[in-house]
Design a protein around this ligand. Structure first.
Ligand code: AHR
Length: 489
């Protein structure tokens, strides 16, 4: 039988709006994320538009993604932007030492990324190299991309085919400086941030958000040190948090898991709330006026790579469980709109919690894509507080709410509601104080790991969903393991 849940929305208790950029993406030179996933080149047999594979381009255009972070990740701190400009045949061939020790031929560089962002209608977020290049190179890269006066670098850009300067609204000063970005101590990283960010400048009349590379997971000392020592030279600070069903050493498979790993994954995803809360508390101490934003610029599920896939390519399947992780994580971000102004799911295509998977010329949309698509109405909406009275879903050591809810008022005045039933087998009946007609979409499946394959690419897709009205108030019947997003007329 269905378990009863009640939701009481407080229509007056609003927070700052949900920035569209919390639905951002991250695309690194890693595995088949860029090469094959985004870029196949003009001579490829795979249908392409100026070298960008057309099927993926169109699917991402339909998602209207707000922002993309590139080129890494760990790759960012070994990347020399000069390798990726000019005639492709003359670009140097390098090694990608982090991700599989494979050839990086630099076919996809600055022009390709910024043109791709424009084609997607997404804002570019460029991550600079603080780990292994001098500071002047960050300044030069910015000038190359955004310079409008006839300097040598701007002329070089023009000679390479781009007349108009690009807009680069976000620039990352390094990546994971505590690890692959240079194995730095927090105070050294704070000093380097101060130094490098000094030289990153937008042309007059343009603005640039400078993002300090921040903490891993719960390394609060890192946030504390950077906020104490470098806050005046940053506009945002990042944190990275990945969801493993198990541990870093023994992550667990993307499919074929049991109820224990279903519950551990959802529980670990919900830990985002604790992490954001604690990092924000440190930021509040040093920056009570709230000038510095928090960007969760890498997040998502990280499983064992698919058996038989290339080591270091981080290729994993994506199932109903991932759709619920998207929902739970977005709902956490909706609770923290005061500081969390951007988040970037890792990664866009073929890597970790990907929205799209490809296999040669085939492509499929994952449950993650569909969940992000369902969340689009929340962009720019103002979150409302909701009191949720829910039974628990208990699985071994994991004690979770049966139902997770987020409510917001969209820019058009309509209410948007997301509801997640975390239980693998128990339906929920959610009574609310909401009125009107609620329609939207639901994503669910017969198995915990229902997923799309290249043989069956539409096994799991969203279906239409409508709430019913009882005594003038809306009631949502949620099947087990489901995610619903509706708007209310
Ligand atoms: O997304 C994969 C890797 O995870 C990134 O390169 C790095 O920043 C993080 O450790």
């Amino acid at each position: 039988p269905a378990q009863n849940v009640s939701v009481e929305v407080d229509f007056d208790a609003t927070g700052p709006r949900i920035e569209p950029e919390v639905q951002g993406h991250f695309a690194e030179h890693l595995g088949r994320g860029i090469y094959e996933g985004v870029w196949v080149g003009e001579d490829s047999a795979i249908p392409n538009t100026d070298g960008f594979r057309t099927d993926v381009l169109v699917a991402l255009q339909q998602l209207e993604i707000p922002v993309v972070r590139w080129p890494g990740g760990c790759f960012a701190d070994e990347y020399d932007w000069r390798d990726g400009i000019g005639p492709r045949a003359e670009r140097p061939v390098r090694l990608n030492t982090h991700w599989g020790w494979v050839i990086e031929d630099n076919a996809f560089g600055t022009h390709e990324f910024l043109n791709y962002s424009e084609a997607l209608g997404a804002k570019p977020y460029v991550a600079g190299n603080m780990g292994s290049l001098p500071a002047v190179e960050m300044a030069r890269w910015m000038e190359y991309m955004t310079g409008d006066l006839p300097t040598d670098l701007a002329e070089m850009r023009r000679a390479n085919g781009r007349d108009e300067p690009w807009d680069v609204p976000y620039f990352g000063i390094g990546n994971e400086s505590w690890g692959c970005g240079g194995n730095m101590q927090p105070s050294y990283s704070a000093d380097l941030h101060r130094r490098y960010s000094t030289f990153v400048k937008a042309p007059p009349g343009k603005s640039i958000v400078k993002v300090a590379t921040g903490a891993n997971v719960d390394d609060y000392n890192f946030t504390e040190t950077l906020m104490r020592e470098a806050r005046h030279t940053m506009d945002a600070i990042s944190i990275h948090y990945y969801t493993f069903p198990g541990s870093w050493e023994d992550k667990g498979p993307a499919t074929g898991f049991g109820r224990d790993q279903w519950a551990s994954t959802l529980s670990h995803a919900l830990r985002m709330d604790e992490l954001v809360t604690n990092h924000v508390a440190i930021m509040d101490k040093h920056d009570p006026e709230g000038r510095v934003d928090l960007y969760v610029d890498e997040w998502g599920t990280w499983y064992d790579s698919e058996p038989g896939s290339t080591p270091g390519f981080l290729y994993q399947q994506n199932s109903l469980r991932d759709a619920l992780v998207v929902g739970l994580t977005m709902n956490v971000f909706h609770d923290h709109t005061r500081r969390v102004k951007m988040a970037n799911i890792a990664q866009m295509v073929n890597v970790l919690q990907a929205s799209i998977l490809t296999d040669g010329e085939e492509m499929l949309l994952t449950p993650t894509y569909h969940a992000l698509d369902m969340y689009r109405p929340f962009r720019g909406a103002v979150p409302l507080q909701a009191e949720v009275d829910t039974p628990r879903y208990v699985e071994g050591e994991y004690d979770l709410p049966l139902v997770d809810v987020s409510v917001a008022r969209g820019e058009d005045g309509k209410l948007i509601v997301s509801l997640i039933n975390l239980s693998p087998d128990t339906p929920a009946r959610v009574a609310t104080n909401l009125e009107g007609t609620a329609s939207g979409r639901i994503i669910t499946g017969p198995e915990l790991d229902t997923h799309n394959t290249f043989d069956n690419p539409e096994r799991i897709t969203p279906a239409p969903y409508a709430a019913r009205s009882r005594g003038g108030e809306l009631v949502f019947d949620l099947p087990a393991k489901s995610l619903v997003v509706v708007t209310i007329d």
